[in-house]
Structure formats: C-alpha cells, structure tokens
Design a protein around this ligand. Sequence first.
Ligand code: NAP
Length: 303
Amino acid sequence: MPASSPWWLLGAGAMGRLFAARLSVARPVCLIGRRDAPNVLHYRDPSGVDHALDVPCCTLTSLAVSDPTPPGLVVLATKSHDTQTALDALSAHVDARTPLLLLQNGFRVQPIVTRQWLGPVLCASTTEGAYVESAPDGGTCVVHAGTGVTWIGDLDHAWPDLAHGVVEALTAAGMRAQVDDDIAQRLWHKLAVNAAINPLVARHRIRNGQLRDRPFRRMVDALIDEIGPLIEGQGVEPPAAGWSALIWQVIEATADNRASMLQDVLAGRPTEREAILGPLRDAARRQQRSTPSLDALYRDTPS
Ligand SMILES: NC(=O)c1ccc[n+]([C@@H]2O[C@H](COP(=O)([O-])OP(=O)(O)OC[C@H]3O[C@@H](n4cnc5c(N)ncnc54)[C@H](OP(=O)(O)O)[C@@H]3O)[C@@H](O)[C@H]2O)c1
C-alpha cells in the first residue's frame, strides 16, 4: 500500500482521532467529522505529553471541494449504530471499490458491510483505548488512555495481502498491529467479554471490578452460561481457557475501569446495545435456545 495515498478516518471521535494522530506521522490522513474543524488535532500520548498535530479535519462535503485525491483506505470510526448512515454518505464521495477498515465493537456491522460494499472490507479488533476530553480553552483533546494491539482481517479470508499492507502501515506509524486469519473468532470473543460486562455495569452504574461482588457475580456467571454455548453454536471455537476464565480475567484486569457503555449512559448518549447483544439474540433465535438472562439484560439495557 503506497505511503503517499491518503487514508480517511470517518468519525472524528475517540478512535478516529487516535488513529489520525498516530497515522499522521507516517502518511497523509484526513479526519472527517460531521462539522468542519480547525486543522489541528490535540493528542495526549500514553505518557501524558500533549501534542498539537497538523491534521486536516473536514467534512465529506468540504473535502470534496478542497482535495479531490481519492483515499487509499477509509477507516470507519463511528459507533456501530451510526456506521450505516456514515457509509451511505461516504458512498457518494468515493469509488465503490475503495478498501474499508471497520473499527466497531460487536458483530453487527461487520457481516452487513462485508456483504454490501463492493470493495474489500477489513475488520479490526483493537485493545487500544482512547477518549475525548474537553480542554480549558474550550477545545478538545484525544487522550490515548491505553496502548494495545490491533488485529486485522476480513470475514471471507479474501484480502490477506491488503490486511498485511494495513498492518505494515499501522506498524510504520508506531502502532502494534497483527494480521488475524480468524478475525470473526476474535470479534466474537471480544463480544462475549463486552456482553458479560458492559450492559451490567452500565445498568448498575458500577466499575467493572464490582462485578466480582454480590449480587453481580452470579449474574455474570448466568450470562456466561448462556453466551458461551450460543457463540459456539455459531461455529466459533471457545477460548483455550474457556469462556468463564476469559471473562473473569478481563474483569480482574479492568477492575478500576468505567466501561464505555457506562460512560455513554452517564452522558445520555445512545449505547452499542444492538451491536453487542443483538448478534447473541439473533444466534439464540436461529439455534432455538432459551436465554432468560440475556433477554432480561437486553430489556434492562438503555439503547
Ligand atoms: N474508544 C475506545 O477506546 C474504543 C476501543 C475499542 C473499540 N472502540 C469502538 O470503536 C468505535 C468508535 O468508538 P469511539 O469511542 O471512537 O466513539 P465516539 O467517540 O463516540 O466517536 C464516534 C464519532 O463518530 C461520529 N459520527 C457519527 N456519525 C457520523 C457520520 N454520519 N459521519 C461522520 N461522523 C459521524 C460522531 O460524531 P458526533 O461527535 O458528531 O456525534 C463521533 O465523533 C465503537 O464501535 C467502539 O465500540 C472504541
């Protein structure tokens, strides 16, 4: 993938800004939001140092006027529930064979966009962590809260060279990235973790570690008993240590964290309930399994 072709980051939230900030050291990028913004991106690196980066920040409409260079790749960095609208808007501005990279959590948009988009669709599962913070001067800054690894692959195993090219580009920008030959499995495993943790902590407004205490511990265990068989029923291998070990180990490791779904609830924003619980409910219907704990969780989780 030529380092000269620009990458577009569609969605100027936490992940779009994080990827724009990191990639901008190695290649041309453009951060595309819903509103025009100054061409400076404030980025706080994991050691707490602030950087003001020269990054074009525009809308799809203003970009079409200011720079007609077609993108080599478009990274979709919206929340799952906004992805279809963003993609519809994008379609009017790029060649239909432009490669896409999806950053969304869950397993909702990935199969839909893969079927729908004419060009290659790569999916990412990332353990990078970022959030947007207001600055005293009224501006905003993306905080790189935790470094992680980004795994890349496509659901049909059709684009291995492209996946390798994207991993090389992320690596050249100083990010840790790897090709994953079974990205669907990785996305389902992460979905299992998110489904067992995020809706419960969002509903009860607690930190992840409080799930270890009564009465939440048995709620998590009841969810794990339903989630594991459902995902295996989709043909996905279980984690080597088992579902329970995977999920409880993440709860331990993130005990002090406030999950993103909790932050969305506290801020009155829509949650990614459909992206995380929707695929499990669809699997339950297909497999004709009764899932009382998941059903109650879905009903009680703000959308
Ligand atoms: N943040 C993390 O640490 C993290 C880690 C792993 C995975 N993820 C996943 O990455 C995805 C993005 O998360 P995030 O935290 O970056 O969310 P976010 O901060 O809410 O950012 C999403 C951005 O998308 C923009 N947007 C929505 N619709 C759009 C459209 N039609 N055109 C252009 N922009 C549009 C929103 O604009 P407005 O501001 O105008 O609403 C917002 O700035 C989610 O699926 C999340 O689960 C996040």
